[in-house]
Design a protein around this ligand. Structure first.
Ligand code: AMP
Length: 113
């Protein structure tokens, strides 16, 4: 299995898990860009957000349930936080398994680089 995040789902590569449900896993980013930096992924291999439109049932409700839960647990909801998903090379995607970054704990800048 060559996909890094599939290997994290299967337990072959360790991760600092913060949330797990039947279909979703969330763990701390190995190179955090903010005081809180979590990656939320579907356990199912989906290459990027570009593929989501064709999927029935949609993986998005379970992912956004997880994001809500994590933001509450980590006390991000009052101050706010950022959700990012990068698509493809120009989007800055380096791991080809759909993931949503949760970034929080500091004020974010805009526009992104
Ligand atoms: P992206 O560049 O949007 O594809 O995001 C991929 C993210 O995965 C980056 O923020 C990396 O720091 C993170 N990452 C890479 N390898 C690992 C790992 N083994 N455990 C946790 N996060 C990782």
């Amino acid at each position: 299995m060559s996909c890094l995040f599939c290997n994290i789902v299967s337990g072959n590569i360790p991760a600092s898990t913060v949330f797990e449900s039947k279909d979703v896993l969330a763990f701390r980013d190995i190179a955090p860009q903010a005081p809180v930096h979590i990656l939320v992924i579907p356990k199912q291999h989906i290459t990027s957000a570009h593929e989501v439109h064709a999927l029935t049932p949609s993986p998005l409700p379970a992912i956004f349930d997880a994001i809500h839960h994590i933001a509450e647990e980590l006390n991000l909801s009052d101050a706010g936080y950022r959700i990012v998903t990068n698509v493809g090379n120009d989007g800055g995607q380096t791991v080809s398994h759909l993931h949503f970054h949760i970034l929080g704990g500091r004020s974010m800048q805009w526009p992104p680089g």
